[in-house]
Ligand binder design. Structure first.
Ligand code: E4P
Length: 217
């Protein structure tokens, strides 16, 4: 399973990348707003830090505008992945961009049928939003399972990019179901390492080690 970091904060991306935890990055207009930077400059800096795919989202809602914006975004770096909304116009742009050899990420996916359409449009990734479904009382993880079954039934190559990840349990459950990628905020990725027994065990080992009076190096 690949780990993407869901942020446009360059400091966080650099830190996680140095830890070896970043296979790619996802951004969206809200994350660009939060970063306080210019989309082209911020995205360029992210692409210089991370080798894997960096999703940059178009903001036009019609095919022609999406294609125009995609051309600008694609010029930023070779590892740009064009992120498109799950609309008929977005799917049309996805098909055209994929045929032109671009990586694509179809976002704002909330149903298995939408994911099926993204796969048929040749998307590199489809992004089902787990947390936002949970927010309205549905089970986002059920959607990941449905999409996994459908993609396996027909051997679709589109990768399931589990998005809107809010908890460490989301990560574990998406991994158990077989999502290809999760994208999570920096804090959630870092929280994966936490376990009270690890902290307690380390504390005890260090206390006993101090009593030996020895040193290794
Ligand atoms: C990633 O591609 C999505 O834009 C992101 O995961 C959405 O997360 P949110 O629902 O927490 O805003």
């Amino acid at each position: 399973m690949k780990f993407f970091v869901d942020t446009a904060d360059v400091k966080d991306i650099r830190e996680l990348n140095d830890l070896g935890l970043v296979d790619g990055v996802t951004t969206n207009p809200s994350l660009i707003l939060k970063s306080g930077g210019n989309i082209l400059e911020v995205t360029k800096e992210i692409c210089s830090i991370v080798k894997g795919p960096v999703s940059a989202e178009v903001t036009a809602t019609e095919y022609a505008g999406m294609m125009k914006e995609a051309a600008v975004l694609a010029k930023i770096a070779d590892n740009i992945c064009i992120k498109l909304p799950l609309t008929l116009e977005g799917l049309k742009a996805c098909k055209a961009l994929t045929s032109d050899g671009h990586k694509t990420n179809v976002t704002l996916c909330f149903s298995a049928n939408q994911a099926l359409l993204a796969a048929k449009a040749g998307a590199t990734y489809v992004s089902p939003f787990i947390g936002r479904l949970d927010d309205i009382g549905l089970n986002g993880m059920d959607l990941i399972g449905e999409i996994r079954t459908i993609f396996d039934n027909f051997a679709f190559e589109t990768q399931i990019l589990a998005a809107s990840v809010r908890t460490v349990n989301h990560v574990k459950e998406a991994a158990l179901i077989g999502a290809d990628v999760i994208t999570a905020p920096p804090a959630t990725l870092k929280a994966l390492v936490k376990h009270p027994l690890t902290d307690k065990g380390l504390e005890a080992f260090l206390a006993d080690w101090a009593k030996t009076g020895q040193s290794i190096a």
